[in-house]
Design a protein around this ligand. Structure first.
Ligand SMILES: Nc1ncnc2c1ncn2[C@@H]1O[C@H](COP(=O)(O)OP(=O)(O)O)[C@@H](O)[C@H]1O
Ligand SMILES: [Mg+2]
Length: 601
């Protein structure tokens, strides 16, 4: 077998979206894992130390590299995956720019060990500052073992810019999960600081989803499968009762590549309309496969953004496919299956998308259902639907005081009577007019201040649980909870690690009613994972904000006079009583002058 890596000619290299490929350890994880996938590996092991800051190693059993290719792969624009610009439009590999290894070699010390099946002896190579330092033949297994050490060792400014290990590890786990999710036929493992976090045996996509996201999804996945001439959609969506309060387990893959798309997300959400509360997010893992010529993956260096040739038709297909699945599995007895009229009128729907595909497209089932207005996937209401009372089932449960730490105070004779409006606001007369206090934001401020104090050495009193509960988390969540344990203890939650991915809740804050510990912790983790991930907050600050938001009374919650008084008194004891931790006002003041003006007086 000849050497296969070639340098892309400048005219091609220049047409490739250039940019920073390695921004943080997780970007290297993604690139190295994708290279292993492209090399046809059936087993891929990822090993990291200190959240990838000191080591990222990927060991695969793929096709390996020749001696020459092992040197060549670190050159910029050196790739075996494309040779002409036309190749860009038929890409089936994850990589194609030939930039990742060059970028990695520029910012880290790299050791590469690789052997092809046809060579008896392999190659071992060390690279630093983009220079090959050492190269020698070595006895090696078939495949590639690449270790990247001390990322940004030569760029201290970049190294200092990295976030905490907990934050960087989360990015790594995210990237790992995305690659592992799209290739269930490959074995993957992830070991962090010597501890194995994931061990994913080969299996079906469904098994992979459960391995990655947790066994709570086991009987809760609905198959999505629509094949058309234009594209195929396969995968799973969660039954409505698995929808979570926070956007979590949502994956789109286009030709096996993880992508982000608010637009397609909307298509899925609209398919769930009326089945889940407005503020909940369903699970989905959807694979869209279509002719690579119909997508442009060359938009952004990290390839997470792509452009569809015809975005609207992909939207319509995704929406229809998900609706169809939810309907087929009798998730809901009487759904209104009229497609969005906006979509009915799209060119993509009312006219076939390209002339040459017209005939083929018109014969596709899905296409026909679109062209017959109001006929798409009509199903008879079924009595045996497992969720006959689905509406009651999904109605948000009545807010209860069960685990709220609501301040109350005895009403003093001189105190004014407060009025609750719309179960959301408290109206309080002031010297010059009145205050309109937002009950949730006010409570968030109060709790936030309490938690800050707790962290500064006045731990919140804890009560031992009479019946300690255990909870088992998805591996990625267990990593996060481990990091948060010491902080949680300060806040009155005594939670301890208890075997692999399991924890035991020994105690909760003294003023919290017991019995709901598991939900509180799980909800907290959900919100924590998805709150302000762009902001550079410490894990502690984020935890405090999350808990304050979670524990605060919500709109829709009726308050007694005493509770209102307590809330108002506590609010005005706070350091910044007028602003909630998220920066929103806790109250607005309406002064008489202003009101008079409104009345033209
Ligand atoms: N794990 C691996 N196994 C075999 N070959 C590899 C591996 N990683 C990289 N290569 C080779 O090195 C080349 C350069 O890799 P990279 O810089 O990531 O660029 P790209 O993946 O865009 O081609 C690849 O085209 C491939 O031929
Ligand atoms: Mg690559």
């Amino acid at each position: 077998m000849p050497d296969i890596i070639q340098l892309l000619p400048d005219n091609i290299a220049n047409q490739i979206a250039a940019g920073e490929v390695i921004q943080r350890p997780a970007s290297a994880v993604k690139e190295l894992m994708e290279n292993a996938v492209d090399a046809g590996a059936t087993s891929i092991q990822l090993i990291v130390h200190e959240a990838g800051k000191s080591l990222i190693q990927v060991i695969d059993n793929g096709k390996g590299m020749s001696e020459t290719d092992a040197r060549m792969c670190f050159e910029r624009h050196a790739t075996s995956k494309i040779t002409t610009i036309e190749d860009l439009f038929r890409i089936r590999t994850m990589g194609f720019r030939g930039e990742a290894l060059a970028s990695i070699a520029a910012v880290a010390q790299v050791e590469l060990k690789t052997r092809r099946a046809e060579s008896e002896i392999g190659t071992s190579l060390e690279v630093e500052n983009s220079q090959v330092k050492k190269q020698e033949p070595a006895a090696l297994p078939v495949g590639t073992n690449i270790a990247m050490k001390n990322v940004f060792f030569n760029i201290p400014a970049r190294r200092n810019f990295l976030k905490s290990n907990a934050a960087e590890m989360r990015h790594i786990v995210d990237e790992f999960m995305r690659v592992a999710m799209s290739f269930p036929e490959i074995f993957f493992s992830l070991t962090s600081n010597g501890q194995q976090i994931f061990h994913l045996e080969r299996g079906s996509l469904k098994q992979r989803i459960v391995q990655l996201l947790g066994s709570q999804y086991n009987a809760k996945l609905v198959t999505v499968q629509e094949n058309t001439d234009y594209l195929n959609i396969t995968g799973f969506v969660g039954k409505p009762d698995t929808a979570k309060k926070t956007r979590g387990d949502q994956y789109f893959f286009v030709n096996n590549r993880f992508i982000r798309s608010a637009y397609l997300n909307h298509a899925v959400m609209s398919a769930y309309q009326d089945m889940i509360p407005a503020d909940c997010f369903p699970l989905y893992v959807l694979f869209i496969d279509l002719d690579p010529a119909q997508v442009d993956i060359n938009v952004h260096p990290t390839k997470q953004e792509i452009k569809f040739e015809d975005e609207k038709i992909v939207y319509a297909f995704v929406q229809a496919a998900v609706k169809h699945s939810l309907a087929q599995f009798s998730i809901t007895p009487t759904l209104d299956f009229d497609l969005d009229p906006g979509i009915q009128q799209l060119d993509a729907i009312s006219k076939p998308f390209t002339e040459d595909k017209q005939a083929a497209a018109a014969s596709s089932n899905l296409y026909r259902t679109f062209t017959q207005k109001n006929q798409a996937h009509f199903i008879e209401p079924s009595d045996k639907s497992e969720l006959k009372h689905w509406r009651e089932f999904y109605e948000p449960s009545q807010p209860s005081t069960s685990n709220l730490q609501l301040p109350t105070s005895n009403i003093q004779p001189e105190e004014q009577t407060l009025i609750q409006l719309l179960s959301t606001y408290i109206l309080k007369p002031s010297e010059k007019g009145f205050l309109l206090i937002h009950q949730q934001l006010a409570h968030e401020r109060i709790l936030y201040d309490q938690y800050i104090q707790a962290m500064q050495g006045h731990p919140i009193a804890m009560q031992k649980s009479m019946f300690p509960v255990t909870l088992t988390l998805a591996p990625a969540d267990a990593v996060i909870l481990m990091e948060l344990l010491p902080h949680l203890n300060q806040l009155g939650y005594q939670v301890e690690a208890f075997g692999k991915d399991s924890f035991i809740v020994q105690g909760t804050p003294a003023d919290m009613l017991q019995g709901n510990e598991k939900n509180v912790i799980e909800d907290m983790l959900e919100q924590y994972k998805h709150s302000s991930s762009d902001m550079k907050l410490s894990a502690r600050e984020k935890l405090i904000r999350t808990l304050a938001r979670q524990q605060a009374i919500k709109p829709g919650f009726s308050l007694t006079q005493q509770e209102m008084q307590g809330l108002v008194t506590e609010l005005f004891k706070c350091s910044q009583s007028n602003i909630a931790p998220n920066g929103m006002p806790t109250y607005l003041e309406f002064k008489k002058d202003y009101l008079d003006k409104l009345f033209g007086k």
